[in-house]
Design a protein around this ligand. Structure first.
Ligand code: ACO
Length: 335
């Protein structure tokens, strides 16, 4: 690590990238597996199809491709990257997948680690990385959100299997001593409501040797109380965003884009309505990808940056929310 640069006061956003697997699972195909229909899924969620990982598309592979894309977009030499944070709940290696991504990238001067906060993961990782940059410890960071929830979905549970897909997105961010485009953030958790959404470990008692037991480890599929998660999201997301706007002396009409975690179109619409942000400013691509957990926000941002919806100096309000329960918000200026 280089010496601390205490002149680093801010963060600027330099590039974006994303990756989704090729396999497409449509609503029609899901309805051949469980008792549901394209009409039900579309009207209740806005989702038409999602991508599903196959061999060669685990979280390390997807995260690497998204990160490489963001680094190319930022026009960086990989050797100049100091920090890689991977937000994921589905690492390829429970000990951490970020170092494997670092190795694949050849980013030998970076330190890399995983961070888990379910669907709030990317936002929490972006905030974490920005604090390292503003603290003067690091200059360049790549923040990745990647998840492969298809491996943990109960494909017989129609209440949850319709929602999720796989993918990855990444942003390249840099410390600067001239301005700060990371305007503000807030983050919350409430473990008391954690049982609404879990991907719990499944321990089975076994014996190592006489009188010494151990718990063999694996995971149960995702368990979700959809209605409670829905109520939580439509209540807490507008509150945290509104509080952030007030703290930073912004009004919702100054926001160019609302980039929410892509869970359900009805949640996006409801949050937009409560904040009085018109529909044309609410970015959405969940129709194509479903809920890709930690990947949704950078996947959405990358698409909007590449199709030139998000432009230099646009104000973006973003919020992630999900299991934990956890939620957070950030106000940023692109560029
Ligand atoms: N197809 C057809 N019918 C269905 C399906 C389906 N896929 N799923 C549920 N139903 C039925 C139910 O059985 C119920 O029938 P009943 O009235 O006869 O009992 C009826 O449809 C209504 O069910 P609800 O659960 O009330 O449906 P709701 O309108 O709440 O929509 C949904 C369900 C889409 C899951 C919604 O609650 C939601 O989006 N919640 C948020 C979930 C979420 O975003 N989770 C991820 C958070 S991010 C993270 O951290 C991973």
């Amino acid at each position: 690590m280089e010496e601390k640069n205490l002149n680093q006061i801010g963060v600027s956003f330099k590039g974006s990238g994303s990756y989704v697997p090729d396999q497409i699972l449509t609503n029609q195909k899901i309805s051949q597996k469980v008792d549901t229909s394209d009409e039900w899924i579309k009207s209740r969620t806005g989702i038409s199809e999602r991508r599903i990982s196959s061999l060669g598309d685990n979280v390390t592979d997807m995260g690497y491709k998204a990160a490489l894309n963001a680094i190319d977009n930022a026009n960086w030499d990989v050797k100049t990257i100091d920090l890689i944070v991977l937000a994921t709940s589905t690492p390829h290696d429970l000990f951490g997948s970020a170092p494997s991504i670092q190795a694949k990238l050849g980013a030998s001067n970076a330190v890399a680690f995983d961070l888990t906060a379910a669907c709030s993961g990317f936002l929490f990782a972006l905030i974490t990385a920005s604090q390292f940059l503003k603290g003067g410890n690091f200059k360049r960071a790549v923040v990745i959100g990647a998840d492969q929830l298809s491996s943990f979905v109960d494909w017989k549970d129609r209440r949850s299997c319709i929602l999720f897909g796989d993918g990855a997105g990444a942003l390249a961010i840099e410390a600067t001593n001239e301005f700060d485009n990371f305007i503000g953030f807030d983050m919350r958790t409430d473990g008391k409501r954690g049982s609404f959404l879990n991907l719990p470990s499944k321990n089975k008692k076994d014996s190592i040797i006489d009188n010494i037991d151990f718990l063999s480890g694996s995971f149960s599929p995702i368990q979700m109380n959809g209605q409670e998660v829905y109520k939580f999201a439509v209540k807490e997301v507008p509150i945290i965003l509104d509080k952030l706007f007030r703290e930073k002396n912004y009004t919702s009409d100054q926001v160019d884009w609302l980039v929410l975690h892509q869970a359900n179109q009805r949640i996006l619409d409801s949050v937009g309505e409560r904040l009085k942000i018109p529909r044309e400013k609410i970015l959405s691509n969940l129709e194509k990808y479903g809920n890709t957990s930690a990947a949704t926000i950078p996947l959405m941002m990358d698409e909007a940056i590449r199709n030139q919806n998000i432009k230099q100096n646009d104000i973006i309000a973003t919020s992630g929310f999900g299991a934990g329960l956890s939620w957070g918000a950030a106000l940023i200026k692109w560029g």
